[in-house]
Write a protein that binds this ligand. Structure first.
Ligand code: GLC
Ligand code: CA
Length: 584
């Protein structure tokens, strides 16, 4: 077992609560989140305990040992609440209930407690921008008249034009298509329109309404009282809208966009921070914030707002030394003044898996340019994904790992079209491949589907079909192979955990060729990534700790990373020669 992970197996029956939590094993380290490795667990696709083909909490509870062995500090659970699953659970019908497909509230409480016994914290996903159209508030709003208090919690609006046939404005949904849907009056005549920045099943809440604020603060307390260590805030930059609902300007200046990154939003998070800080141990707020302007982004990380936010800039960059170095530099420079640690994210449940992305001719990521059927060199992509893992894990700050990334799973691009469920695919008319390809149930063991995802004798097939080729990528197969992606991740996280120079702190670039990134963390750790087409000689006088490709001959292959320890440590004076091209 690695440091900080308690020996032992999961106990059953203990219920997490404020009492148990305040005595928790974590109390000593209130800065844990500055260096944490956080595993994103997409419940539906992680492990199926009851054999219906859908991942669930019972499945997670049997796999906590796996996560402890991997070496993660926390699990972020994507939404597990009651939901019609019109958007994979990001359409919440009741924030205080677990969807019966996943389990029960009691089971969630037990899971939080059991994870804690493995030394793993729990983070839940809070979805404040919108609710499910099945949520009691929206159902009440539909049943009430225009202008009623029930409707005031949402964005109901009369249409424009003759008979109100035109949408109140021209806003477009993030899932393509219009951001407005028209309602029907009880007598069957067309009624008001309501706003949804995502699918029509996800009506936006009106964050100027006191009920909306009070309800979400109560929901936060509900989960923090159950012992969760923090919350991931979905679509955190979208909550506030300009009540005049103007059209979106061609080039909105800072704070001028009518539905994104509005200045009033900071007050919401300042209140949440006071709430989180009212707990005696550290409870963290993590924002999902997609913003091109990095200074607007880090505004959310001022000391009295969110603790951290996902650094999507890094994830969006192509496999290119100059571009990634630029992202690293601008990220660290923007975080420094607010004192927040950076986060490093290679993937999540919304984006193309890195193995596939890094094997594509254009290896950058943007929702807007995503098209179905883009070819990928998976072998090349996997090599680069291994190198990217070592690069990201060596950078200052905290690290996110999306389930299956540690197995090197690729995006499944050939799912049968009639099984796709993602509204992003459905609403784009099929031009956008959607996000189902990165949400395929994990392969655990065996040589054929369900690959141990569901127990023997399961009645349901996995909710998305797993490719046969994943027989080579099961946890079982990779555990046996010291060169597998899983073995790389385990060793990487073990070293990261035991090395005080890794995680939060500073980085020092070392001299290198343009298509090589080399930096030191402290005096006794160096990370080198070779983006060039030729092997480069590793610097002498260093111990090779770990490499993403064989480097035993002293050369770092193309598209590979190595972690090194200067042997003269601790007297190493920082003047170590940078790597030079091989054969010189
Ligand atoms: C976030 C989630 C995504 C979801 C959207 C709407 O971007 O990560 O999965 O579809 O919000 O809730
Ligand atoms: Ca199940």
């Amino acid at each position: 077992m690695t440091d900080g992970v308690l020996e032992g197996t999961a106990s059953t029956g203990s219920t997490a609560g404020t009492d148990g939590w305040s005595q928790s094993v974590f109390d000593a380290d209130d800065q844990w989140w500055r260096s944490a490795v956080i595993y994103q667990l997409y419940v539906r696709s992680f492990a199926d305990g009851n054999g219906d083909g859908i991942g669930d909490l019972a499945g997670v509870r049997t796999r906590l040992q796996y996560l402890a062995d991997l070496g993660v500090d926390a699990i972020w659970f994507t939404p597990w609440y009651l939901s019609p699953l019109a958007d994979g659970g990001y359409d919440v019908a009741d924030y205080r209930a677990i969807d019966p497909a996943f389990g029960s509230l009691g089971e969630a409480e037990r899971l939080i407690a059991e994870a804690r016994e493995f030394g793993i914290r729990t983070i839940v996903d809070i979805v404040p921008n919108h609710v499910s159209d099945q949520h009691a508030w929206f159902q009440a709003a539909l049943a009430s008249a225009p202008g009623s208090p029930e409707r005031a919690r949402f964005w109901f609006h009369p249409g424009r034009g003759k008979d109100g046939n035109e949408m109140p404005n021209g806003w477009v949904s993030n899932f393509s298509g219009p951001a407005w849907t028209r309602t029907q009056n009880p007598d069957g005549t067309p009624g008001e329109w309501y706003l949804h920045l995502f699918s029509a099943h996800q009506p936006d809440l009106n964050w100027s309404h006191p009920d909306v604020r009070a309800e979400h603060e109560a929901v936060l307390r509900f989960w923090l009282d159950r012992g969760v260590a923090g919350v991931r805030i979905d679509s955190a930059m979208l909550l506030m809208k300009d009540p005049a609902l103007p059209e979106i300007p061609a080039a909105p200046g800072p704070g001028e966009h009518p539905n994104t990154d509005r200045d009033e939003l900071h007050d919401v998070y300042r209140r949440w921070r006071v709430l989180a800080d009212s707990y005696s141990d550290s409870r963290i707020l993590v924002g999902e914030i997609w913003l091109p302007d990095i200074d607007r982004f880090t505004n959310y990380l001022r000391p009295d707002e969110l603790h951290t936010a996902f650094n999507f800039d890094f994830l969006a960059r192509p496999w290119d030394a100059a571009s990634l170095r630029d992202s690293i530099d601008s990220t660290l420079a923007a975080h420094a003044p607010v004192g927040a640690p950076a986060t490093w994210v290679l993937s999540n449940h919304d984006v193309t898996r890195p193995v596939t992305r890094y094997g594509q001719a254009d290896s950058s990521f943007a929702f807007a340019t995503r098209r179905a059927g883009v070819p990928s060199n998976i072998e090349l992509g996997r090599k680069r994904a291994r190198a990217a893992a070592l690069l990201a894990a060596a950078l200052p700050g905290s690290l996110y790992i999306y389930q299956g990334e540690e197995l090197g799973l690729e995006e499944v691009q050939d799912l049968p079209l009639d099984q796709l469920q993602d509204p992003m695919y459905l609403r784009s008319g099929g031009t956008d491949p959607g996000r189902d390809g990165c949400r395929v149930p994990l392969p655990w063991a065996g040589t054929s589907s369900p690959f141990g995802f569901s127990p023997a004798g399961a009645v349901g097939d996995p909710w998305l079909p797993q490719p046969n080729r994943w027989a080579e990528l099961t946890v079982e197969a990779q555990q046996r192979n010291p060169h597998s992606m899983l073995s790389l991740y385990r060793t990487m996280l073990r070293i990261r955990r035991s090395d005080p120079d890794l995680g939060d702190g500073h980085l020092q670039w070392l001299p290198s060729a343009d298509d090589v990134l080399a930096f030191a963390r402290g005096e006794s750790f160096i990370c080198i990534t070779n983006f060039s087409r030729v092997p480069i000689e590793l610097p002498s006088g260093c111990l090779l700790l770990l490499a993403s490709a064989d480097a035993s001959d002293g050369f770092l292959r193309s598209d590979a990373s190595a972690w090194l320890r200067p042997e003269r440590s601790p007297t190493y004076d920082g003047t170590l020669q940078g790597p030079t091209e091989g054969g010189e």
